[in-house]
Design a protein around this ligand. Structure first.
Ligand SMILES: C[S@@+](CC[C@H](N)C(=O)[O-])C[C@H]1O[C@@H](n2cnc3c(N)ncnc32)[C@H](O)[C@@H]1O
Length: 246
């Protein structure tokens, strides 16, 4: 059987282009970077870095050392290719960092929790950050919003559709259909309840779990108007969680 993350091996280009969508550029990125705070002198780990869109952003914003970790060979190959063309000193790996030799101040994991197929994998992906963060280190992560709007067209104006492929329960399948530019792809993600996400984070040695609201950057409001953002802000498809290593 194919693992959930194998579906990403051939989707590198689409994930890069997706970053141009207003929802990612003006809302998600703005909110994630605000949640992470300042980067000066910090070592940052990007778990499930994909092609490294956030990894590069964090490095350009002044992080002292940045590592991208992703299980997908295809995603990491693309990230390394970009690094060769525009060297930023980022290391990419398909292996999680080793706590015996590595330590980080900040970690992010954007849309990686939704690809854990069972509870143990959910804990493990959180622990990939938890094991190497220093005590008090911040982890910012975005699972599927446990209360997302399951009506098929609710998020269509943002370039995607999302619906329950089976009744909503822990690890139940959620279909994400990405339809923008030349792309039309279906991806299978997993629903995790609020309680289970918090339990998994606690088991991966995190505390102070906080569920933040998304915010739109002023440029996003200027370009698209408040009306455009209202449905997303009212019921986002993702949740924005911060927590701290014990
Ligand atoms: C939806 S993509 C998001 C990529 C990137 N964070 C972004 O925001 O563009 C999810 C990524 O998580 C990776 N992934 C899934 N499970 C993982 C795991 N257990 N450990 C590390 N990476 C994982 C996938 O290979 C894929 O590249």
């Amino acid at each position: 059987m194919t693992a959930m993350h194998d579906q990403f091996d051939t989707l590198a280009r689409m994930y890069e282009d997706m970053f141009r969508l207003p929802w990612r550029r003006h809302l998600e990125k703005h909110s994630v970077l605000s949640a992470l705070g300042s980067f000066g002198d910090r070592a940052v780990l990007d778990v499930g870095c994909g092609t490294g869109v956030y990894t590069r952003e964090v490095r350009r914003r002044g992080a002292a050392r940045v590592t991208g970790y992703d299980v997908s060979e295809g995603m990491v190959a693309r990230a390394r290719l970009i690094e060769r063309g525009e060297p930023l000193g980022i290391e990419y790996s398909t292996e999680p960092p080793d706590p015996a030799t590595d330590c980080y101040d900040l970690a992010l994991g954007v849309y990686v929790l939704p690809y854990a197929e069972d509870y143990r994998s959910l804990v493990n992906v959180c622990a990939a950050a938890g094991r190497v963060l220093r005590p008090g280190g911040l982890f910012v992560t975005l699972p599927v919003n446990p209360d997302y709007d399951g009506r098929r067209d609710y998020y269509a104006r943002y370039g995607f559709r999302l619906w329950d492929a089976e009744p909503r329960a822990d690890a139940s399948r959620v279909t994400l259909e990405l339809a923008f530019g030349p792309y039309h792809e279906k991806i299978t993600a997993r629903h995790w309840s609020r309680t289970t996400l918090e339990r998994a984070l606690a088991e991966a040695s995190f505390t102070d779990v906080t569920w933040l609201d998304f915010q739109v950057a002023p440029q996003g409001v200027q370009e698209h108007g408040r009306e455009f953002w209202a449905p997303y802000l009212c019921c986002p498809h993702a949740s924005l969680i911060t927590c701290r290593k014990k």
